[in-house]
Design a protein around this ligand. Sequence first.
Ligand code: TRP
Length: 330
Amino acid sequence: MSEKIILTGIKPTGMPHIGNYIGALKPLIENSRHNKTVVFIADLHALNSIHDAKTIKQHTYEIAALLISMGLDMNNAILFRQSDIDAVYKLNTLLMNITPKGLMNRAHSYKAMLEKNAAAGDDMDAGVNMGLYTYPILMSADILLYNTDIVPVGADQKQHVEFARDIAEYFNRTYGNLFRLPEPQIGADAGLVPGLDGRKMSKSYDNTIPLFADAPTLKKLVMRIITDSKLPNEPKNPDESTIFLLYKHFANDADVANLRRLFENGEIGYGDAKKMLFNAIDAQLAAPREKYKSLMSHTDELDEILATGAARARKIANNTIERVMRAMLG
Ligand code: TRP
């Protein structure tokens, strides 16, 4: 086991789809088999867009149940709810005072909102609350609190991790070397998971396969994958087929090589290939899906697991926040 500390936060905004799973959750779960991994459900970050407590709580349970049922290694991983750790609110307040406003103005996610408003002819700040504006400061607090070395994130979050590093460097120069400098780690093929229509799988394209769709729904969705009109006996390029590109993530090497051959030799039609894809996904997800269902109907167990995680996280976080408060306030 390496000594590096890997940390990820997952915003509870709804059931992840298999694109999220392949891009972010699967690497995280695999990491947890070999490394100390800090994983939290970023419910405070969901607050800037979701103003309904029940919804946030429900989504929080969903993410926790999903990670556990997909095999997060609970010996190496500390799994908790962000809002359970008081030190994060404190560090957020303290970091506010050393973070330049200009840094926040440069944040891609904030700038995207401004551009959207401009395009719609709305007031520049329409729909922007301070939670959204200062989002990178809270995220820096998350990262710095747990002595994080590596933050595996999607490309869209890279800038936020760089901000955390900038803020840590500024702190260290001013108050002494207290924070470890985190580095982003960008998932290689996170963007390459195609959705039902062949474009990148994304909620905004409405082309997703939810990770825990029940078997009949899963089958229906797989059968809806858009293909060209090649006949079964025509050779097809597997690397341009959504069916094959998804299959690669759910089948073993021999089965993947076999489907590649069938495509290239014109020995399989799209209908049969879809059946193979459905069977491969279902074989991998059927057991976790059942475990997920059972956890979701015993949320008291999830509460207990999250409380245990929070107690472990609190030990690290309290140690950091005490040192930061002493350095800044005496
Ligand atoms: N901002 C991340 C996202 O939207 C979630 C997140 C919050 C996070 N805090 C974090 C990710 C700390 C990594 C590290 O996906």
